[in-house]
Design a protein around this ligand. Structure first.
Ligand SMILES: NC(=O)CCCC[C@@H]1SC[C@@H]2NC(=O)N[C@@H]21
Length: 482
């Protein structure tokens, strides 16, 4: 097949009551069945639209706010897919696995691949010095069932968010792929996207055509909303990307999409309702072979070839999501600006359609280690709308704008090849087809975006500058103790 139909379902998860003690397995299954009832309807609707594969979100079957003990009744032992198992037709082959059985039947009955996020438990004993005290490792796990209902992939999340204390870290990052008649797939989960392994390795070395991504993503404006960052990652790495987010507005969780290397095919962001939402779109099975596949980018070529556009006389500092940026204001309706921080200089050329008196935009640069809720080294060039005309508010979340840009061109002297191009417009929406990345690293819009601009950013990740992550720290501590 040259192309296929992809579906993602943003699911408004029915959450369990928060309890200090574990519920019985029947109650856990009852809650999971309620969520699977909703997922089943989405799967049927996707099948009616001829989808070949559907992705459902992280935590989509049991929710969150668990301890190690309270998640336990929700877990099943998920075997290695090499055992060749169709839980739907052979449910008793292993220990009871009603969730895997039902997911497998949904895939089989509707003749499409089903991707879901569930919990895996693996027994261990005292011969293993790292065996947890309840005698089980517990993993945040993605599973894939093919259109016959066969378990074809199992992935244990490697980069747990804020350590997700109900789960264990796998010993190594797992590079999980599987082949289909519509391309090679790889999978990972939520916070994994900020790190090199397994995410970048799946694309750069294992050359998957499509990434399957389950997430429970809390949006952070101006540069880390789900649709913005996930679509940018797909463009930066040159891969199809199917992102299914959990829907929960009180946690700022919304933002699912079907993204191709040259831009989004479908996306969904909804902070107004608590409804779930199905997206369906066609993708190339092998995007690297498509005529539309973008050319390779040298992310610093242009920026390193030009001198400073402007002086640093009016630079000031401001905070974006706990990181201290250097900003300079776009004080004229059109112009050329440069702002630098450490090794990173960001250049912007722009023309606004009409400068609004009550809106202020700044150009910002950040070159440093982000240290809140995880540690990862960033280089970011960003054009953003400030929350008010008070420059102290620049970097704070803002979702609505009035200023249209007739043109913009943003570039930076990046020291990494991993740069993700973001464009976010008023209402927290994407602007497919309204911007492009040139091979010299400029992110440009020749005719502007049809809606006013919130954020234009080049989000660079310097993986080699990251400090040791919790997984390796834990290994080191354990080895040290032994
Ligand atoms: N379930 C997860 O792994 C969620 C992690 C993603 C959160 C993104 S990444 C860093 C930002 N911090 C947030 O609160 N949301 C963003």
């Amino acid at each position: 097949l040259d192309s296929y139909i992809a579906a993602v379902y943003e699911h408004s998860v029915i959450l369990p009551n928060v309890t200090g003690s574990p519920v019985c397995p029947d109650d856990a299954l009852m809650l999971m069945n309620k969520n699977m009832d909703v997922l089943e309807e989405a799967i049927k609707a996707a099948a009616q639209q001829h989808a070949h594969i559907i992705v459902t979100p992280e935590d989509g079957i049991y929710g969150w706010a668990f301890t190690r003990d309270t998640i336990f009744p929700y877990l099943e032992d998920i075997p290695d897919p090499q055992v060749n198992w169709i839980p739907c037709t052979d449910p008793k082959r292993f220990a009871p696995a009603p969730v895997q059985e039902r997911l497998s039947c949904m895939a089989r009955d509707n003749a499409l691949y089903v991707v879901a996020n569930i919990g895996d438990k693996k027994p261990c004993n005292s011969s293993d010095p790292k065996c947890p005290s309840n005698g089980h490792y517990q993993y945040n796990t993605n599973v894939v069932f093919d259109s016959d209902g066969k378990l074809v992939a199992r992935y244990h999340k490697y980069n747990l968010f804020m350590s997700e204390t109900q789960f264990d870290y796998p010993k190594e990052p797992e590079l999980v792929t599987f082949n289909t008649p519509f391309g090679k797939f790889g999978l990972f989960t939520c916070f994994d996207i900020l790190f090199h392994d397994p995410a970048v390795t799946l694309v750069s070395e294992l050359q998957v055509d499509t990434v399957l991504f389950t997430t429970a993503w809390m949006n952070v404006l101006p540069h880390l909303t789900a649709i913005e960052f996930h679509s940018a990652w797909a463009m930066g790495l040159g891969v199809n990307f199917l992102a299914a987010d959990t829907h929960n507005t009180s946690m700022a969780m919304t933002g699912s999409g079907i993204y191709a290397p040259d831009g989004p095919r479908a996306f969904h962001y909804d902070m107004e309702t608590e409804n779930g939402h199905l997206l369906v779109a066609e993708l190339s099975s092998h995007p690297r072979l498509s005529p539309a596949y973008p050319a390779a980018v040298n992310w610093s070529a242009y920026a390193k070839s030009v001198k400073r556009f402007s002086s640093d006389d009016h630079d000031f500092n401001g905070i974006i999501f706990f990181d201290q940026f250097t900003f300079t204001e776009l004080s004229k309706p059109e112009g050329n600006l440069t702002v630098c921080q450490k090794d990173l200089c960001c250049h912007l050329s722009y023309r606004m359609a009409e400068k609004q008196k009550d809106e202020v935009y700044v150009l910002g640069a950040f070159d440093g280690l982000h240290v809140v809720e995880g540690q990862y080294y960033l280089q970011i060039c960003i054009l953003l709308k400030c929350e008010s005309t008070d420059l102290k508010t620049c970097g704070q979340p803002v979702a609505i704008a009035q200023t249209k840009f007739e043109t913009f061109s943003l570039s930076g002297t990046f020291g990494t090849t991993y740069v993700f191009p973001e464009v976010l417009v008023s209402g927290v929406q994407l602007a497919p087809g309204e911007f492009q990345v040139l091979s010299d690293g400029r992110l440009i819009s020749q005719n502007g975006t049809s809606k006013p601009v919130l954020t234009v950013a080049l989000f660079g990740r310097c993986y080699e500058k990251d400090p040791p992550q919790p997984q390796s720290t834990l290994l080191f501590l354990n080895n040290g103790a032994a």
